[in-house]
Design a protein around this ligand. Sequence first.
Ligand code: ADP
Ligand code: MG
Length: 384
Amino acid sequence: MILPPATLGMLGGGQLGRFFVSAAHELGYKVWVLDPDPHSPAGLIADRHLVAAYDDYVALDTLGSECAAVTTEFENVPADTLDYLTKFIPVHPAASAVAVCQNRIAEKSFLADNGLPHGPFAAIRSEDDIRNANAGLFPAVLKVARFGYDGKGQARVADRDEAVAAFQHFKGEPCVLEKMLTLDFEVSVVLARDEAGNVRCFPTGENRHRNGILDVTIAPAQASACLRDNAQEIAERIADKLGYVGTLGVEFFVCRGELFVNEMAPRPHNSGHHTIDACDVSQYEQQVRALCGLPLAAPRQHSAAVMVNLLGELWYEDGKGHGTYREPDWSVLHAVPGLRLHLYGKHHARPGRKMGHFVVTGANTEAVLGHALAARAAIGIRDE
Ligand code: ADP
Ligand code: MG
């Protein structure tokens, strides 16, 4: 067991890392963050911020000699970096698990090889792969295999010609071609798994996206208990097969009542932010616990919760990214009972950039959802 006042290493300085730093501090640990951005949200509150690239081996040597263990908040940390650090200290999740989650071809193949439910897809490495793809895949989504996030690196394609054009637009980068599914809704499971293989799931949440970016999470999901349990079981199987240690997010599509795994995130997940406000242990504290070998808590959600993401366009006069740049009127949100605002300290808002979120908690999901959607409209988020 790694106990306080040990220093923990965090690869990545985004908001997920920032919440990890807070959780680790609460438990008495120190945290050093590695992120090339001098203004990174986690770096701002870390005990030390190493401003360096993820493949800066001098910085990695420092992390390896000063920290007791290291984890990540960012799936695109090079697997080589994680492998390198393993020579010095425990690294969780392992490079092999991160490697599967950071490449959509590896991820989809992992699901297929392990008999886990997923939508129809083809790996695309050449234009020939598109020509040979099953006609039943169209209309489809072409997604770059690496470095896509928040709907970036994706194109909706009606047919083969459009897929070829999109593939060229992506400069021939390896991609997956996924059948466009008609979704009933989307859900996700956040879980933690320790080295002994114990798994603790948070209740299944329901996710609504806007322009390919998570907009609202409703927790627990307004779905049957059977579907919610099934999602947890599938997520648990994924964590076991990956030999995963840490906090893992698994996204699902629900299609005609059936679950299909969309993707996995080898880190805490945006849809688990509310665990800070609505559960007796957060996804970030579980990440600390798994990393340090502390017993995982059995999470109990004590309140229904709805989370709303606050994206950079809100900082602009028209709410879409145009006009005067100004701070949203937070007093509107602070007036809502049961609402907690979390801002990440990012120094500049760009449209689509995750700047903060709020969570409304209460006794019943329907009422909480009503209050959260009213607050969402009041702060200026529009649906068209
Ligand atoms: P990201 O890494 O950007 O989260 P996802 O693959 O999760 O990428 O896609 C983002 C969102 O786009 C999904 O949550 C879903 O709403 C929509 N989407 C992605 N793939 C499909 C698909 N094959 N069929 C229907 N909707 C999809
Ligand atoms: Mg996603």
